[in-house]
Design a protein around this ligand. Structure first.
Ligand SMILES: Nc1ncnc2c1ncn2[C@@H]1O[C@H](COP(=O)(O)OP(=O)(O)OP(=O)(O)O)[C@@H](O)[C@H]1O
Length: 339
């Protein structure tokens, strides 16, 4: 972990035990299975993959919101250093004020019986960050203004607001304690495209103004292209590729990344026939394929892919991939313009 690394994830596993068995061990679902990655300070770091690939579970592990089965997560914001996997109760309380989650669904996340002022103020009060009502109100007004909410909004209840406005309330609540690290889980997925752009711009602005490190989870690569500095691609509990956004979009190395990129709708009619559609469903993480986990859906899979787990290899500056045939396949890739 270098001094500019904010979060360093080393070989993290999150395993869920499924049901009970009278005889023998119950089945185990490895939602995250040996993931390592570094998120630099101030980075807007994207995590992408299909539904069920383990993105939410990995994000929650970084917030210590799910039990971590194996590995370590080193957190260093310059003031404190913690290992999130083994963090104690008192340190966890402090960590909760430094690391926050922005939820996917702005409709479900906000209590309908609380005013917007109280929704935003709650984390300050729960963590004991402010001592007087005046102090709390000042902090609430300050963050509300940054999130483009006005004083009139603060007196109302969430049902009076549109999806985009509710997401701004969720963001204000997540940022009121001035966190250093944010996990934004599909934070724009439930919104109309025009509102999505508005919220993404707001998140980027806040990230720069407040010097926050972001883990931005999305299944939508077109959103990631315009927002993130660096991207990790996840498949069935493991990372298959990580790279700076431009490098990932211009020279994708893993067949899974290529398939995700080619599924982005293009305005160019000449591109219509080029999509390498992903065939089949993602297998269950309770019973993953041997060898390369993607081999059952990979158009380039060979015998080796069914047997040997591919090594994590560096292909270019900060560009890593786990595919036996990444060099060969790279030559056949079609660049996709990044944002
Ligand atoms: N508490 C749990 N108990 C058992 N299995 C779980 C639990 N939480 C998640 N899973 C399983 O772990 C796997 C990964 O789920 P996860 O939600 O992390 O994926 P995801 O990539 O974020 O997908 P989505 O975009 O649909 O949220 C899935 O198979 C899911 O069913």
């Amino acid at each position: 972990m270098t001094s500019s690394t904010h979060i360093s994830v080393k070989d993290i596993g999150v395993h869920f035990t499924l049901g009970r068995r009278l005889i023998g061990k119950p089945p185990v679902l490895r939602a995250v299975d040996g993931v390592s990655l570094d998120i630099p300070k101030g980075c807007f770091f994207g995590l992408v993959g299909e539904s069920g690939s383990g993105k939410t579970t990995l994000g929650r592990a970084m917030l210590k919101a799910v039990p971590i089965t194996t590995g370590h997560i080193k957190y260093d914001d310059g003031d404190v250093q913690y290992d999130i996997a083994t963090i104690g109760k008192d340190e966890l309380k402090d960590y909760r004020s430094r690391a926050q989650l922005i939820f996917q669904d702005p409709y479900a996340a906000l209590s309908p019986r609380m005013t917007v002022r109280d929704i935003i103020a709650e984390p300050l009060e729960v963590m004991g960050i402010t001592k007087t009502r005046e102090e709390t109100d000042n902090r609430v007004r300050e963050i509300a203004a940054k999130c483009r909410l006005n004083l009139e909004h603060l007196r109302r209840f969430p049902h009076a607001f549109s999806g985009g406005q509710r997401q701004r309330i969720s963001i204000a609540r997540a940022l009121v304690c001035e966190p250093k690290f944010i996990v934004a889980d599909e934070s724009v997925a439930a919104l109309d495209v025009s509102i999505q752009a508005d919220i993404l711009n707001l998140l980027k602005q806040l990230q720069q103004d407040m010097d926050i490190t972001f883990l931005f989870i999305s299944h939508d690569l077109s959103v990631v292209a315009h927002t993130c500095d660096h991207v990790a691609v996840m498949y069935l509990g493991r990372l298959v590729e990580t790279a700076p956004t431009r490098s990932l979009f211009n020279a994708p190395r893993h067949p899974y990344t290529k398939a995700l990129l080619s599924a982005i709708p293009s305005l160019d009619p000449d591109d219509a026939g080029r999509a390498q559609r992903l065939s089949g469903e993602i297998p269950s993480p309770a019973n993953p394929p041997d060898g390369c986990r993607f081999h059952t859906r990979c158009p380039h899979a060979r015998e080796k892919c069914k047997i040997d787990v591919p090594k994590w290899r560096q292909m270019a500056d900060e560009h890593f991939v786990s595919c036996h045939y990444a060099e060969e396949l790279a030559e056949a890739s079609e660049p996709v313009p990044a944002g």
